[in-house]
Design a protein around this ligand. Structure first.
Ligand SMILES: Nc1ncnc2c1ncn2[C@@H]1O[C@H](COP(=O)(O)OP(=O)(O)OP(=O)(O)O)[C@@H](O)[C@H]1O
Ligand SMILES: [Mg+2]
Length: 338
């Protein structure tokens, strides 16, 4: 049985993907679900949120086999095979597969194998490379008995992200309230559909190939990529702009999401607050953000010793309530019992 993989994706950058994954990973772990967080963004911001600079320097300076996601898949580009990842334990139920700036060099291998995987023979290697992220993530999840895998990726439609989405069961789309986010959403919906269809063709081609019988233990992902909803970010709002501008963009989201992502009929005059596909509106957490980063903690775990007193302490509780509610809502949508 494979462990469910949840990816936060939008090709518009800076919409809070990394911050959301970081906080949800901590929240699920505190609710006693075992989490593997995976940093598949070559910018490695999630890794920087979890680990201090010395630890990252050691990981990247003296890499060992499987020490980052890149070092788990890299042997495939030579004559080797996937290597079991070495997980970083962050908390009792929270593990990280660290990211790696070097991962960007894997983009070429993924691009090259995409056409090869539709050939008539020698399909094992291309299929192994294209599904390598899924293989590594499932290995990690089996190793620690994880309940859920949470994945952070960068904001683009490249070959790395295609392979991550192929590995993904559920997609959450964080959005800012601006033209760029809405335009991103219009591109993203059709891209997900296309990636899913193209992978299914490859999976069928593999299953009907002569090679298939030679590798009975080799499983490939389903590429379910089920969109479970979107999140509206308030923190991207420029405070010098009139509020109307925020409402103008945010109120367009329900229609664009239905039309481009779900291919469902538009519901006229529906606002995100009324929209069941809107999982949450994420508040601007203001000074809690740098405070959490400084103490390398989720905002909702800040204490008076960290400086969270008075109104900050109230905000910490608010953040805890918000992330708990979001974690419960997502768990319900993906069938994860808490
Ligand atoms: N709820 C929030 N309130 C205030 N600031 C936030 C909030 N969420 C994220 N931020 C800040 O916004 C910036 C962008 O967030 P983040 O890095 O999580 O976005 P991202 O979508 O992962 O970006 P990228 O596309 O570059 O990977 C960061 O500086 C982060 O600290
Ligand atoms: Mg990010």
């Amino acid at each position: 049985m494979s462990v469910p993989i949840l990816t936060f994706f939008n090709n518009k950058g800076g919409v809070g993907k990394t911050s959301l994954i970081y906080h949800l990973a901590w929240m699920y772990a505190s609710l006693h679900k075992r989490v593997v967080a995976v940093d598949l963004d070559p910018q490695a911001n999630l890794t920087a949120a979890f680990l201090d600079e010395e630890s990252i320097e050691a990981l990247w300076g003296q890499p060992t086999i499987g020490s980052t996601i890149y070092h788990s898949v890299k042997p495939l580009t030579g004559v080797g095979d996937i290597v079991e990842p070495v997980l970083q334990q962050i908390a009792p139920d929270l593990y990280l597969i660290p990211g790696d700036v070097g991962l960007s060099t894997y983009e070429d291998a993924l691009s090259n194998e995409w056409p090869s995987s539709m050939g008539d023979n020698n399909l094992y290697r291309p299929m192994r490379i294209l599904s390598s992220f899924w293989q590594v993530m499932q290995m990690a999840a089996q190793k620690v008995g994880a309940d859920i895998i949470l994945v952070d990726i960068g904001p683009n439609m490249g070959a790395i992200n295609r392979s991550v989405l192929i590995a993904t069961d559920y997609v959450v789309i964080p959005l800012g309230a601006d033209l760029f986010s809405l335009q991103g959403l219009k591109n993203l919906g059709p891209t997900l559909v296309s990636w899913r269809n193209l992978w299914h063709k490859r999976r069928d081609n593999w299953q009907n190939s002569a090679d298939h019988a030679n590798y009975p233990d080799f499983l490939v992902p389903e590429a379910k990529m089920q969109p479970i909803g979107y999140l509206c970010q308030q923190h991207g709002v420029r405070l010098d702009r009139p509020v109307k501008a925020y409402d103008k963009w945010v109120n367009r989201i329900p229609s664009v999401y239905r039309e481009y992502v779900l291919k469902e009929a538009i519901v006229p005059n529906l606002t995100p607050e009324q929209d069941p596909y809107c999982l949450a509106t994420i508040k601007h957490f203001r000074s809690l953000v740098p405070m959490g980063q400084e103490h390398r903690k989720p905002m909702f775990n800040l204490t008076s010793a960290d400086g969270a007193i008075g109104s900050h302490a109230v905000a910490v509780k608010g953040a805890r309530d918000d992330f708990k509610k979001l974690a419960e809502l997502i768990a319900g949508k993906i069938g994860l019992s808490l």
